[in-house]
Design a protein around this ligand. Sequence first.
Ligand SMILES: [Ca+2]
Length: 369
Amino acid sequence: MRFHFALTLQALWTGVCQAAVQHYPAAWGHYDVCKSQVYSDEGLTWDYMACQPEAADMTQYLKVTLDPPNITCGDPPETYCALENPYMCNNECDATTEELAHPPELMFDIEGRNPTTFWQSTSWKKYPKALLVNITLSWNKTIELTDDIILTFESGRPEQMVLEKSLDYGRSWQPYQFYATDCLDAFTMEPKTVQDLSQDTLLDIICTEDYSRGYVWKYDKTVRFEIKDRFALFAGPRLHNMASLYGQLDTTKNLRDFFTITDLRIRLLRPATGATTVDENNLSRYFYAISDIKVQGRCKCNLHANSCVYDKEKLSCECEHNTTGPDCGRCKRNYQGRAWSAGSYLPIPKGTANICEYTQTHTTDMLSN
Ligand SMILES: [Ca+2]
């Protein structure tokens, strides 16, 4: 189990390398080595560099919580009708039968199978009371997002939802993005898209209508939170200038924190109805169903580790540079010769390790060291 993550990274890295040739020619793959041995005047010594783990599929390491807890369909069994055709009612959910159950795990299994596997909520039988569901994804570890968050809905995308993030293990939450068919009506916000953002407004929280509109949901099932488009504001449209992005991340804490999370929360506020009015005689047409959630990222290790292990259901950085802690956030005992500091992406391309130094209190310590 302990080596599972490292192995996954290895496999992923091979894949990324192949893709990298096309998409990230200049900068990708930097910061993957924490130290190397070099010959100097004093003989063989270590040369330390800023380093970080490779990006990976983070959905393998999360814990999912639904609120309300009994919102998953199938207990008692229920039959659903198709949103576009109220007379097509052959979608059966029964939690006690494996083939007919739709538990939350099915949002994170490997897709590409036919038929798709998905989590499904109970139907909107309490209309007009809102059908509210919170889906919380917790890592119990700080994570840096490296790619778009992508949710795939199997029965129409919600007409209103909010994606939220936490940086303190779920104690406090901030919105990441609002989604609605009508942003003004739902959230009294002007509709915007990620293309409206600039370097100066990158941290603005927007409401978008891009992923909610349209009855042609069969062809457009995804809801995104666009990480790469935001990266591109600094790194260029094809992310060819990652050095520029890394430079910005290094000097702007708010920007770095924007892409850092410990938890995500998807707040589903109103399901797809495909119309302006709700068909009160056929409420089993309205529900949420999610087949896939993608979250790509890496463990935040403060540029002091290039690998992250998953052990006893917990991620932690394998700290170098005489640092320790789950995020390599402090100096090891006896290595407090100067204050802890995160590694730096600068100067490009190898950065600065900012290692913790041995505490030299006595001459004997110096000799024994
Ligand atoms: Ca699935």
